[in-house]
Design a protein around this ligand. Structure first.
Ligand SMILES: [Fe+2]
Length: 456
């Protein structure tokens, strides 16, 4: 519903009587009605700008300045006001030109019908309201857009500043973390050096065990974090010996310790865990160290844990530790009972190129023999795979009795008679004839009924 009271209309006509009748017509409408007798007077009303004029209705035929010419000028002064032309049919050409040039919005014919004129005026005022409203909305949108743009730019700047701040803080944190990490590994290294200084015969043991244990962890596709724990546990696994006298550790390694001394030595996994308890990040590492002397059959120490109750890291460590300890120490420890027992099995094997290779194979056989008792079979399998990757091939052999032998099988060890007489070299491929001959001498108890056959 249009609000008439807020609008002002200007009627322009050279005839006073017409102006009067128009004023009369709109008296009750609520509009403010202005009149001017001719174009010049009307222009001076507009120029004064005392009123905000919504609609100008002008007669066309006036002396001095016709309606179209006046409205053209009025458009410059009040571009927003609606412009109507009042005219007779005879001036149709002038009207068409004025409409086309956009100078007027509507034309009304003379004489007019009151109701029709009222309706047209209403329409004109509605249009005026719409135009203004539209312009206000446009202005508001522009203003809001500008505010949004400013806000966006402000936000962008703030985000940029914040990002810069975060990057700088991150850099500082990264540096700090690196420092901490470095300090942490320096601590681990210092502890490892301390352990080695305490047991010089043990030099490089921790490092080698950790390399082997890490390779096994990777083969098992363990998480990096777990591998790091195993690595550190391997480097520090004997740190608990720091609490023992160096002499006692050395005695243990050379199997010269008494029962009491051995009891004392067996405390080192627990001691190791308690030393690391002071370092927060080494909690899990401490657990792995505590159990590195557990056995798969539950006969180990300190807790006698069984099978998978033993932490995986400890099970890996047990194999890596044993392999390194035996391969390095046994090289220098001839005359040792255990060493001799292990090598007894291999004394007849001649296929090894060097003493080192022979020791390695002896230790590997020892580890394989102790699967399910001392070591986890799955871990040993991975251990053998890792050795294989390192070019250390493991001879796979199995024991057979004479009744199991078949042509085509290959001996991994030479055959000697019970009296020590050489009968057949290793790598011999068995034939029907050889098996027949062996059957005779086995029946005569000249050789033992155990043959070592290559598993392909
Ligand atoms: Fe140990």
């Amino acid at each position: 519903m249009i609000e008439m009271a807020k609008h002002t209309v200007l009627f322009v006509d050279d005839e006073e009587s017409i102006l009067k009748s128009l004023v009369r017509l709109f008296r009750k409408s609520g509009l403010t009605v202005l009149t001017a007798q001719g174009g010049a007077e009307a222009l001076s009303v507009l120029e004064k700008k005392e009123h905000s004029i919504s609609l100008i209705v002008s007669d066309q035929k006036m002396p001095g300045m016709n309606g179209a010419a006046f409205l053209e000028k009025a458009r410059v002064i009040c571009p927003d006001a609606m412009r109507f032309l009042l005219t007779g049919y005879s001036e149709m050409d002038a009207i068409v030109a004025a409409v086309n040039k956009g100078e007027i919005h509507r034309y009304l014919t003379k004489p007019w019908n009151d109701d029709d004129l009222m309706l047209q005026v209403r329409w004109g005022l509605e249009q005026y309201d719409l135009v203004l409203e539209n312009r206000n909305l446009l202005a508001l949108t522009r203003k809001q857009n500008r505010q949004l743009y400013d806000f966006g730019r402000d936000m962008e700047r703030k985000i940029e500043e914040r990002a810069k701040e975060i990057t700088e803080k991150n850099k500082a944190l990264e540096y700090l973390n690196k420092e901490l990490e470095l300090n942490f590994f320096n601590t681990v290294r210092a502890l490892a050096t301390l352990t080695e200084m305490h047991s010089p015969f043990n030099k490089g043991h921790g490092k080698r065990v950790s390399e082997l244990a890490v390779a096994m962890g990777r083969k098992m596709e363990l998480a990096e974090e777990e591998i790091t724990q195993i690595e550190i546990a391997a480097i520090l696994h004997d740190i608990g010996t720091l609490g023992l006298s160096g002499d006692l550790t050395e005695k243990h390694w050379n199997r010269r310790s008494s029962k009491e001394e051995e009891e004392l030595y067996r405390r080192h996994p627990v001691e190791g865990q308690s030393i690391l308890a002071f370092i927060n990040r080494l909690d899990d590492v401490g657990g792995i160290i505590r159990h590195h002397h557990e056995r798969y059959d539950g006969k180990g120490y300190p807790d006698g844990l069984f099978e998978r109750d033993i932490p995986l890291g400890s099970r890996i460590l047990a194999v890596a530790d044993t392999y390194d300890r035996m391969t390095t120490a046994y090289r220098f420890r001839k005359g040792d009972n255990t060493r001799d027992k292990i090598f007894a099995d291999l004394s007849t094997m001649t296929e090894y190129e060097s003493e080192e290779d022979r020791i390695r194979q002896a230790v590997i056989i020892f580890v394989k023999k102790n699967v399910f008792t001392e070591f986890d079979p799955d871990v040993v399998k991975v251990f053998l795979d890792v050795l294989n990757d390192r070019g250390i091939t493991v001879v796979r052999e199995r024991q057979m009795t004479i009744s199991e032998l078949k042509p085509g099988l290959v001996l991994t060890r030479p055959i000697y008679s019970l009296k020590g007489r050489f009968i057949l070299p290793h790598k011999t491929e068995l034939t029907e004839r050889i098996i027949d001959k062996l059957s005779v001498i086995v029946a005569n108890h000249e050789v033992s009924d155990v043959f070592y056959i290559l598993v392909k």
